[in-house]
Design a protein around this ligand. Structure first.
Ligand code: ADP
Ligand code: RBF
Ligand code: MG
Length: 183
């Protein structure tokens, strides 16, 4: 592991230990794919912004039912662009793939917190998502005294960790991927 990646892992373990925690959440950077997914932003359960303070743009499930394996549940980083919003620019994204074990969803979701302050919601818009690294499995936080607070703190750390990871030489180049230039 490169030194900068190791420093990120240590920093993220320390940050997540701050919650009353039986086991710290560990993060590593494992390159994947990249997976290039394109589809509409759909409605979810409206929990991201309201309950957790982290909105997630949910990708139309028909885009990934066959292209992503069930085994790929986890927290990932990548790059995202929303057609007609945020200047159409490519932004950093920290995302969740799976059944959200804290909530025990029946359907798998692919949902991305996009690191940009949008002026408006963008349901129905086309989202391009390039997923390039995995960094932890999803957790149910049931051993924690306050599972929802633990989830919020984990996501907060994931976002800081993900933003730094996307600045690494291994991942930053995907921002210029031809996928984002194509219609
Ligand atoms: P839902 O459950 O419907 O996905 P969320 O509470 O997760 O609702 O909020 C997601 C919605 O918020 C997105 O579909 C999008 O329209 C809007 N949104 C605004 N800013 C962002 C952002 N930075 N990242 C993701 N979604 C955002
Ligand atoms: N849900 C979980 O149940 N467990 C997790 O460990 C988890 N990690 C997440 C990490 C990130 C960066 C994001 C954006 C979401 C994560 N979620 C996780 C999904 C979260 O439960 C979901 O976004 C909200 O329920 C709103 O749909
Ligand atoms: Mg959402």
């Amino acid at each position: 592991m490169r030194l900068s990646a190791l420093a990120l892992v240590i920093a993220s373990v320390i940050a997540t230990e701050a919650v009353t925690t039986p086991m710290p959440i560990e993060r590593v950077i494992r390159a994947v794919g990249p997976h290039r997914l394109k589809g509409a932003v759909v409605q979810g359960f409206q929990r991201g912004s309201k309950q957790l303070g982290w909105p997630t743009a949910n990708l139309d499930p028909k885009v990934f039912t066959t292209s992503l394996d069930d085994a790929e549940e986890g927290v990932y980083v990548g790059w995202a662009a929303i057609d007609g919003h945020g200047g159409g620019a490519v932004h950093k994204a920290v995302l969740s793939i799976g059944w959200n074990p804290v909530y025990q969803n029946k359907e798998r979701t692919v949902e991305a917190y996009i690191c940009h302050d949008f002026d408006e919601d963008f349901y129905g818009a086309q989202m391009k998502l390039l997923i390039c690294a995995f960094f932890r499995p999803q957790a149910d936080f049931k051993d924690y005294e306050k599972p929802f607070e633990a989830l919020i703190e984990a996501i907060t750390t994931d976002v800081a960790f993900g933003k730094a990871a996307l600045d690494s030489d291994a991942l930053k180049g995907f921002r210029e991927d031809g996928f984002f230039a194509a219609s």
